[in-house]
Design a protein around this ligand. Structure first.
Ligand code: SF4
Ligand code: SF4
Length: 596
């Protein structure tokens, strides 16, 4: 972590320009501010943009404007007392502020964790030279030499000097891979061939299973394929430092492991920095961890580097000792849901052995049942027929052989929620169900998903995580016996994943329904599932599902095929991935205990 000494701000004011509508409120904030009323110019109107501007050096943080603003556009937050330093970057007046920078270390993998909206992507873009930091003064002209002088004597000085002299070559994997088709067109092979600077392209294509899509157009491939193409392009370039912004989204567990192994193997003598929310992947991959804390979309601060175990445990505990800051009110604890499982004993539906052929794909399913008030975690690679089974159970398609006893109604959230709705989040939710206006739904779903802050936003402008939370609420607003959520954790930060896990467990108990959760974040699944069902086979060709079993048995069966062992962290109870080939890894594999 590298910081700059300087004049300290005591509080940050942020005005969201998408939400702020001065013509509708006639600048209510300006009229109610007590500093303005006593003659100061605490909130004024920007002559050019016509948006209000809050002067943080005059504001006393009374909060009146925040509460009076009819559109929830203002956030004013006090900064931690110990944060007596200059910011690194600010996007504009009353916009997000970032404090400090981490530093890349040759031969090491540095992981970045923290909630969404705290500046992880901004950090990676600054370090890779895509954003020129302005030290908090949005109108300031960027001066590399000044930045280097400010960081003199820190680990970043050398890195910034080399970046300035173009002596460092950077390779970057962007976060929103779903946006790639907006800037690239043509065949996958054409895009990748331009990146083959190390002679490892064919090896990567084969490891990541991309051979069959080489002739496909970039616009026609799935999110998981786009992610693997983007990671391949990043690794294939010859660089000194590799930046990966959320590399695990859309990837199944096998693909996450394959990507992790490739990063370790091909970046042994390079610097790597990775921002991700999958704690199991970071645990497996990273040598060091920086924690991002602050107030989402208002300000973000980067902690000193920790060892991986200490870093993840400190993040979960929620107390950053060196800054004397508590980042959340209570620590995150991992409890064994399979021990405290409270599913009901009523069988919602039963099915015998099932067979189904769809085109060239064939699916076989072992007999099983679905209980009321249970969460069934579904484990397995993508394209093995998980949604086909759900559609058979819902009666939407007919199996070729086998019997389904019981009739259920399924509400489904797809793997890739759509963004083409023309309207606000509130309008979308109201168009799906009247239920969303009730106090019950607000308490049960909207607040845990923090959707009240998104209601006035246009669906088209939502970020990946915001869209995910909206899509989950849409699925849960419908009446159903079973809620089938396909990859609900994608793009959500760790805290939101765990909040979602608790919310779904509460809903199945309260509504006496069931949930089937397809996901690839093993920590999330271990928190949410009562039982597990494992899908095996060849993606896109044939899938076979094992019968539902106790979740620890399903994890054990699945991980023995993945080839990764997990142990329990004594401090937090979280499952930790053992490093491949370590003593613990070998011992657990000898005993056949892949998940302890
Ligand atoms: Fe009106 Fe709120 Fe904008 Fe102030 S911040 S002008 S109160 S919408
Ligand atoms: Fe004015 Fe600051 Fe109070 Fe808002 S919080 S009303 S800007 S003094």
């Amino acid at each position: 972590m590298n910081s700059i000494k300087g004049d300290a701000l005591t509080r940050v004011a942020v005005i969201d320009r998408e939400l702020c509508k001065p013509k509708k409120c006639d600048y209510l904030c300006i009229r109610v501010c007590p500093r303005n009323r006593s003659g100061d110019k605490c909130i004024i109107t920007d002559e050019v943009t016509k948006f209000p501007i809050i002067d943080e050096s005059i504001c006393i943080g009374c909060g009146i404007c925040i509460h009076k603003c009819p559109f929830g556009a203002i956030k004013i937050v006090n900064l931690p007392e110990k944060l007596k330093e200059k910011p690194i970057h600010r996007f504009g007046r009353n916009q997000f502020l970032l404090f400090r920078l981490p530093y890349p270390i040759p031969g090491q993998i540095v992981g970045l964790i923290g909630s969404n909206g705290l500046g992880k992507t901004t950090t990676l873009m600054i370090l890779s030279g895509q954003i020129k930091p302005n030290l908090g003064e949005s109108k300031k002209k960027f001066d590399f030499s000044e930045l280097i002088t400010l960081f003199r004597g820190t680990e970043l000085q050398n890195y910034l000097e080399k970046l300035k002299e173009k002596q460092i070559k950077v390779s970057f994997k962007l976060q929103r891979v779903d946006k790639i088709p907006e800037t690239y067109s043509g065949k996958v092979s054409k895009l990748l061939s331009k990146t083959d600077e190390r002679g490892i392209l064919n090896d990567l294509i084969s490891r990541f299973g991309l051979e069959e899509i080489q002739d496909d157009d970039i616009k026609s491939i799935s999110g998981g394929e786009l992610q693997r193409v983007a990671i391949t392009a990043c690794l294939a370039k010859d660089a000194d430092i590799y930046y990966f912004d959320e590399p695990t989204s859309f990837l199944d567990v096998f693909q996450r492991l394959e990507v992790s192994k490739a990063i370790k193997e091909f970046c042994q003598d390079k610097s790597v920095m990775i921002a991700d929310h999958d704690l199991a992947t970071l645990d497996f991959l990273a040598d060091q961890i920086h924690i991002f804390y602050g107030s989402p979309s208002v300000y973000g601060v980067i902690s000193s580097p920790y060892s991986v175990r200490t870093g993840i445990n400190t993040f979960l505990d929620g107390y950053i000792r060196e800054d004397n800051v508590r980042i959340r009110t209570t620590p995150i604890k991992f409890e064994s849901t399979y021990i405290q499982a409270s599913r009901g004993s009523n069988v919602l539906m039963e099915f015998s052995d099932i067979k189904k052929k769809l085109g060239d794909f064939s699916l076989t399913v072992k007999k099983g049942e679905l209980y009321g008030q249970e969460v069934l975690g579904i484990l397995g690679a993508n394209a093995l027929g998980k949604t086909i089974l759900a559609r058979i159970l819902a009666g939407e398609i007919k199996q070729d052989s086998g019997e389904v006893i019981g009739k259920i109604k399924i509400s489904y959230k797809s793997q890739y929620p759509k963004t083409d709705y023309d309207g606000t989040v509130r309008e979308l939710l109201k168009s799906v169900s009247k239920e969303v206006e009730t106090e019950n739904f607000k308490a049960e779903v909207m607040r845990p998903l923090e959707l009240d802050k998104l209601l006035e936003r246009q669906v088209k402008n939502l970020s990946g995580g915001e869209l995910q939370r909206t899509a989950i609420a849409v699925a849960l607003s419908k009446e159903a016996d079973v809620y089938l959520l396909d990859e609900p954790s994608a793009f959500l930060d760790v805290e939101m994943r765990l909040s979602l896990a608790s919310m779904i467990r509460r809903i199945v108990e309260k509504r006496s329904c069931s949930a089937m959760i397809i996901d690839h974040d093993l920590l999330f699944l271990s928190q949410i599932a009562d039982r597990g069902m494992v899908f095996l086979g060849k993606p896109g060709k044939e899938g076979h599902a094992e019968e539902p079993k106790k979740v620890e048995d399903a994890f054990n069966s699945f991980l023995s095929i993945v080839g990764v062992t997990f142990r329990k962290d004594p401090q937090t109870g979280r499952p930790r991935a053992n490093k491949l080939g370590s003593k613990l890894d070998r011992e657990q594999k000898d005993k056949g205990k892949y998940f302890m």
